[in-house]
Design a binder for this molecule. Structure first.
Ligand code: ATP
Ligand code: MG
Length: 453
């Protein structure tokens, strides 16, 4: 009884059984009642017919004629005098004759009457028709109708209804097997799939079974499995990338530390090595900080606290921070922002966003080009664009640059010293502000990053 199809089939069976029983009972009763009423009225009609003939032409010959007319299998007639004694009869041996005559003597009916109506218990239904002839003779015409035809009808009805009942049981079984195919099998498959998922095996393949609720459930489980599989692969790739990212500077650190420890190394060289070690350590620290930020953002434990502040002073502060690096590379940095533009954001996080974008422009720009930072309002939103004329990004890579640890041409980024985390952090930060980021870029011509918040 644990299968849903068995339960459904059982409920279905009970409901159909109750409905069918009511229907069969109603039809059975109705058909039989109609048929018996028909028999009664036919019997009364032919009885009163005979009586009318007898009244009109009362004689022995008429009686014999009447008796002769009813000589047959199904119907009998008996004519009595006023005391209930038989004068003529179509069959001397009628089974219920005695009983009928005593009933007649008990009642002496004065109108046409059904004397025996209980067709289930008696071999005949009986009607009595009193007569008074022109000559003053009185008595009864008594009609007997065999109940055999009604019984036959009942047994035929029983057989038909029995067959209908049997057929419905067969149909129910077919429905049961159909249901178990349509309902139970996909459910069992889904149960097995979820068990597999809970054991960490995400290699699940559920067939398409339509667009109904079961199909949707199956589709959702399949999507969950695919997502889990993808997450698992992404996590592994991410861990491998992190390990790689950390091991490269560590190799440098160990190498330079060993060299710096050598006794024969001059003081100046040692200072040089220590400076490299400090620089690499800084980079590692930065990378780890970014990774931690990303982890926080992924866990949704990261919050932004927005506030209103003027765009210009905010951007000028950032300018002061980066100006020197841009000058060193011979890049011209422009700021386009009207005086009264107000920003509504988390200023620390927004600074991180702008610094990351400027850092990229600085890293990936050719010497003696310009980088423009443009901030303006458009329909209640603030647009922040960083436009450079740098090396650009190939079109087929544009879709991936916001992924964690993704770098365009690994060798290229290594020479620029990036780790591929910056834009992933920027994207998360922008989204945490409820905004979006877009990029347009042409290789060799430059890139434009546009943040809308
Ligand atoms: N302005 C740009 N011009 C050309 N390529 C860019 C620009 N900005 C980003 N990219 C490309 O997108 C990649 C991803 O950028 P992202 O800022 O995430 O990483 P990164 O700069 O390499 O390292 P990180 O920012 O973590 O130090 C970069 O490796 C670079 O190839
Ligand atoms: Mg970067």
């Amino acid at each position: 009884m644990n299968r849903i199809s068995t339960k459904l089939a059982a409920y279905f069976f009970i409901v159909v059984l109750i409905m069918e029983s009511f229907l069969i009972f109603y039809l059975h009763q109705n058909i039989i009642q109609t048929r018996t009423e028909e028999e009664f009225s036919q019997l009364l009609a032919s009885g009163s017919n005979h009586r009318d003939v007898l009244i009109g032409h009362y004689s022995d010959i008429t009686m014999k004629h009447i008796v002769l007319m009813e000589k047959g299998e199904e119907r009998e007639v008996v004519i009595t005098d006023s005391n209930g004694n038989v004068t003529n009869s179509s069959d001397e041996e009628i089974i219920s004759l005695k009983e009928t005559l005593s009933l007649l003597k008990d009642n002496y009916p004065t109108t046409d009457t059904i004397l025996i109506s209980d067709w289930e218990e008696n071999p005949y239904i009986v009607s009595a028709h009193p007569y008074i002839s022109d000559t003053g003779n009185t008595g009864y015409v008594v009609m007997f109708q065999s109940t055999r035809s009604i019984e036959q009808l009942v047994s035929e009805l029983n057989m038909h209804f029995g067959m209908a009942g049997g057929t419905s049981v067969v149909v129910l079984f077919i429905i049961y097997f159909g249901l178990s195919k349509i309902l139970t099998r996909p459910l069992i498959r889904m149960k097995e799939a979820t068990e597999k998922l809970s054991e960490g095996d995400f290699d699940v393949s559920l067939p398409f079974i339509g667009k109904d609720e079961l199909g949707e459930l199956s589709g959702s489980i399949q999507k969950l499995a695919n997502d889990l599989e993808r997450l698992k692969t992404e996590r592994n790739e991410f861990l491998a990338s992190i390990a790689h990212e950390l091991s490269t500077p560590l190799t440098y650190l160990i190498g330079y530390t060993k060299v710096a420890m050598r006794k024969e190394v001059s003081e100046k060289e040692r200072e040089n090595y220590l400076a490299i070690i400090a620089e690499e350590s800084e980079r590692m620290k930065e990378l780890v900080k970014n990774l931690l930020d990303l982890a926080k953002m992924d866990e949704n434990t990261f919050t932004v606290s927005k506030d209103y502040f003027g765009a210009r002073p905010f951007l000028e502060d950032i300018f002061q921070l980066v100006e020197h690096s841009f000058e060193l590379k011979g890049l011209q940095l422009n700021l386009v922002c009207e005086e009264n533009v107000q920003l509504y954001a988390d200023s620390l996080r927004l600074e991180q966003i702008v610094l990351n974008l400027l850092d990229n422009s600085l890293k990936y720009s050719k010497e003696n080009t310009t980088v423009t930072l443009k901030v303006y309002k458009k329909e209640e939103k603030t647009i922040i664009s960083v436009i450079d004329f740098g090396i650009g990004i190939p079109a087929d890579e544009l879709g991936f640059i916001f992924e964690k640890l993704y770098r365009v041409e690994k060798s290229r980024s290594r020479s620029f010293g990036g780790s591929g985390i910056g834009l992933a952090v920027v994207k998360e930060l922008v989204e945490a502000h409820g905004g979006s980021i877009e990029v347009k870029s042409v290789v060799g011509e430059g890139s434009t990053f546009t943040v809308t918040i």
